[in-house]
Design a protein around this ligand. Structure first.
Ligand SMILES: [Zn+2]
Length: 67
C-alpha cells in the first residue's frame, strides 16, 4: 500500500514540476530545492513550494508551507 502511494505521489510531483515548470528544472536545480525549515526536498519525496517574502524567496516543503 505505501509503495503504491509513494509511486503515485512521485509521479504527481513530477507532473506538477513538468507542467508548472519554469521555476524548477530537472538537473542541478532540483537538488537545491529543499525546505528552508527542515531541509527536505524533492530527493526525499517532498514537494517544495516557493514562498515570497519581502526579504526574498524561500522554499518550503508541504508540511512547513502553511506554517
Ligand atoms: Zn519542511
Amino acid at each position: 500500500m505505501s509503495q503504491i502511494l509513494q509511486t503515485k505521489s512521485d509521479s504527481k510531483l513530477y507532473q506538477d514540476l513538468f507542467f508548472s515548470g519554469k521555476k524548477f528544472q530537472f538537473g542541478s536545480n532540483a537538488n537545491e530545492a529543499t525546505c528552508y525549515v527542515c531541509g527536505k526536498g524533492l530527493e526525499h519525496g517532498f514537494s517544495v513550494t516557493a514562498k515570497k517574502f519581502s526579504s526574498g524567496t524561500l522554499l518550503f516543503c508541504e508540511k512547513h508551507y502553511s506554517m
